[in-house]
Design a protein around this ligand. Sequence first.
Ligand SMILES: [Zn+2]
Ligand SMILES: [Zn+2]
Length: 419
Amino acid sequence: MEVRIIKGANQIGGCITEITSSKGTKIIIDYGDNLDDKEQIIIPGLTKNDDLKPSYDGVIITHSHKDHIGCASLVKKDIPIYVNKEGMEIHNNLCYFTREYKKVLREKDNTIKYFEFEKSFFIKDIKITTFIADHSSYNSAMLLIEADDEKILHTGDYRNHGKKGCLFNKILNEIGKVDLLITEGTTIGSSKRNFKKEKDLTEDFQELNKYDQIYVMCSSTNIDRIVNLYKNFSKTHLFVMDMCMNSTASLLKKIPNSNTFSNVYTFVSPNQKKIDEPYGRYIKHTKKVIYELPFNEKFVVSIKQSMGDYLKDHKENIKNACLIYSMWDGYIRDDWPDSKLREFKNYLVNELHMNYFPIHTSGHASLEAIKTLDKLVNPSKVIIIHTEKSDEEAKIEKELFKDRLLEFTDGDIINLKGE
Ligand SMILES: [Zn+2]
Ligand SMILES: [Zn+2]
């Protein structure tokens, strides 16, 4: 097989890998947006906007983060897209809330095929087996790609310190030795990053039970975190979700949401209620919607920037309150190009006097996880993508994989037989 990293050699967004078998079957793994989201990535013979004949036989999406699925709706209708059904629904739901309607994957515009975990399917002569990956996106996949008597493991995004981390060793043992490992390297150089186990966040949350009002900034698609918050706070506090989080959670079985859990509510601020899309649409399908926060009781609520005016108007009601920031800290760092989230967080802390607690664990692989992966699949060659590749990262990668590590830039073709 031949591998071409179209995007991802030295950036975290727009992760796109092309694999071609010796018989000429061509597949794409992930077709994501650049993280800055400005321009979607056009690929001749794949993207709808050209008149070229389709030059790919299939696209496989590892998970529903936008740096992996964001451009998928651009794929020509003749080329099937293989995706996990729940993952796709979560992506579509989020698109409605961010009003990126053209990114919604629809049966009428694309050919969509759903894959199941631990099952194989063929795209012509290429065999693909999907395995569940532990990541901060629901139902993420690792892919074993087999053709030409060669095996490639494409990890997608993964870690082993989350809820599904217990499956990590078992799955990798099942996969066994591979010829090529394509792994993410997002945090390979961040020894200071927090790789606490998801379940250990419980201790941090428990200390905050003393607050009457707990405001949480958390991704609406981080299902493990939502469950963790619910388990910790729902016995002592009313559990209130924003509309986007609730509509995501209600897509899945057994995840706390106001439609099926008697002690969960959905909060829509009066201003949000006036917005037809998406609020008008979703309110019709949402049970236990409240338009005021229950300031006389103890509550925990997930908040969005669009609730800023409401919180400002209720400044005098905000008492004994804390703010949990439970997302990647990069979004609120001074060097992040969009300052809105940072300003919102600062407003809550400085003007509304919420006590601030960053409580999070990374969605990405620690160096230890990468070492375990290496040991268990013992790859002959290694490609690291989904990395900014700082000098420090490049050094760590080289020390770890030595001459098995392939050097490349976006667009280079790598032949597994070394021809
Ligand atoms: Zn991801
Ligand atoms: Zn990613």
